[in-house]
Design a protein around this ligand. Structure first.
Ligand code: PMP
Length: 413
């Protein structure tokens, strides 16, 4: 059963495909999920490469995570008071993430970035928020959602959106507005424009200039945190921002957001300081226990096996594209991958836009869905491999992409 009247609130709605209402392909209505598979209400099985925006890194409904949630739910679902779960998970995160001296748990990534930006504004007494084109930090409106062409962002008077990886543009903008800029927020690996890592010299310039002018640097590691190893990009780079936002995998499939960083800044938050931030459902102990269980299960061996699977998959497809002179490439950051219809290197949003072939991608998405493969419907969104994707799952996906791309090549000849 499918229904094309609903589903627009879902992560991957047909609307994102840019298909007019009357021509919309209906979305499957999901009934349950296990491991690498989703099942719709008619019992159709799909291999899931969206994993709810990469949240389900262990695969759906991991036995130990579900048991932990059940066990802790039976002991009381929420208390509105500090719990041992909060202390344990805070300690774990502080140990793994260099910038974290103190942390706060919230209910989503959007809330984490919103709270971090608010804190930066209060600490600096400045208003401007610098972000980079094509990055996504949530829908709160403090940072525009460029790739969704949002119209109603309230940041026109206080936001500056700069090209990513462009040192000169960054230096000029900072020099001109340094006394008004509260913070720079960025993903050190830009996830929503086809996986583009920040160039090391760009990151160094951002860190140096923000430090020099007392501007708060916020890393949004909501997608990259704990994705490839027990840490995040800043752990790998040895570059410490002032504040870091985390989310997705840390809640074990439940809603979560985390922000934290320098203790002197975090002390501005109530009750120690005067910046009020609260949430009825924040730091929910059931979620924090499920998250802690998830992080414990992601040990060295887990990451090694998962990253090896992703490496092999990317290598196999890239070799195939090379051999058949197909203008495509798999771009990869550990188990997060993106299919780019170009072999060119891409450094920013404009270049990412220039290589887009939305019609071709939509066709591929529908081709895969017809083969019961659930793939992101938007070309610039990444796809994910979980600990539960089998060799057979990945072979099916590789074969389907190869066949589709080869047929498209043959059609053009
Ligand atoms: N930042 C980044 C980098 C994201 O990918 C997302 C969404 N996954 C968010 C912020 C917002 O998180 P949420 O959807 O949990 O509000």
């Amino acid at each position: 059963m499918t229904d094309n009247r609903i589903g627009d609130g879902a992560l991957f709605s047909n609307r994102q495909l840019g298909i007019k209402d009357e021509n919309r392909a209906p979305s499957p209505i999901i009934e349950h999920a296990k491991g690498s598979k989703l099942y719709d209400v008619d019992g159709n099985e799909y291999t899931d490469y969206c994993l709810n925006c990469g949240v389900n890194i262990l695969g759906h409904a991991n036995h130990n995570v579900v048991l932990s949630a059940k066990k802790h739910a039976e002991r009381g679902i929420c208390f509105g008071a500090t719990t041992k779960a909060e202390i344990d998970l805070s300690r774990y995160l502080i140990e793994k993430i260099p910038s974290l001296q103190k942390v706060r748990f919230v209910n989503s990534g959007t809330e984490a970035t919103l709270s971090a930006i608010r804190l930066a504004r209060c600490v600096t007494g400045r208003r401007y928020v610098v972000s980079f084109e094509g990055m996504y930090h949530g829908f709160h409106g403090l940072v525009p959602v460029v790739h969704h062409q949002e119209q109603c962002c309230d940041c026109s008077s206080s936001g500056m959106v700069l090209p990513f990886n462009d040192i000169l543009a960054f230096e000029r903008a900072i020099e001109k507005n340094k006394n008004d800029i509260a913070c720079v927020i960025m993903e050190p690996v830009a996830v929503h424009m086809g996986i583009i890592p920040a160039r090391p010299d760009f990151l160094t310039a951002v860190r140096d200039l923000t430090k020099k002018h007392g501007i708060v640097l916020i890393f949004d590691e909501i997608m990259t945190g704990f994705r490839g190893f027990p840490g995040c990009v800043e752990s790998e780079l040895g570059m410490v921002p002032d504040l870091t936002c985390l989310g997705t995998v840390i809640g074990g499939g439940f809603p979560i957001g985390v922000y934290g960083g320098r203790a002197d800044m975090m002390r501005w938050l109530a009750p120690e300081g005067n910046v009020f931030q609260a949430g009825t459902f924040a730091a929910n102990p059931v979620i924090l226990r499920a998250g802690m269980m998830t992080l414990r299960l992601m040990n060295e061996n887990f990451y090694k096996a998962l990253n090896r699977k992703a490496d092999r998959f990317a290598q196999e497809l890239n070799m195939f594209f090379e051999e058949h002179q197909i203008e495509a490439r798999i771009v990869q950051w550990y188990s997060m991958l993106s299919l780019r219809f170009s072999k060119r290197d891409v450094n920013d949003y404009k270049e990412a836009q220039n290589i887009q072939r939305p019609g071709l991608y939509t066709e591929m998405f529908q081709y895969l869905l017809a083969r019961h493969i659930y793939f992101p419907p938007v070309a610039t969104e990444p796809f994910f491999i979980s600990g539960k994707h089998s060799k057979a799952d990945l072979n099916d996906l590789a074969d389907a992409i190869k066949t589709f791309m080869k047929n498209k090549g043959d059609e053009r000849c």
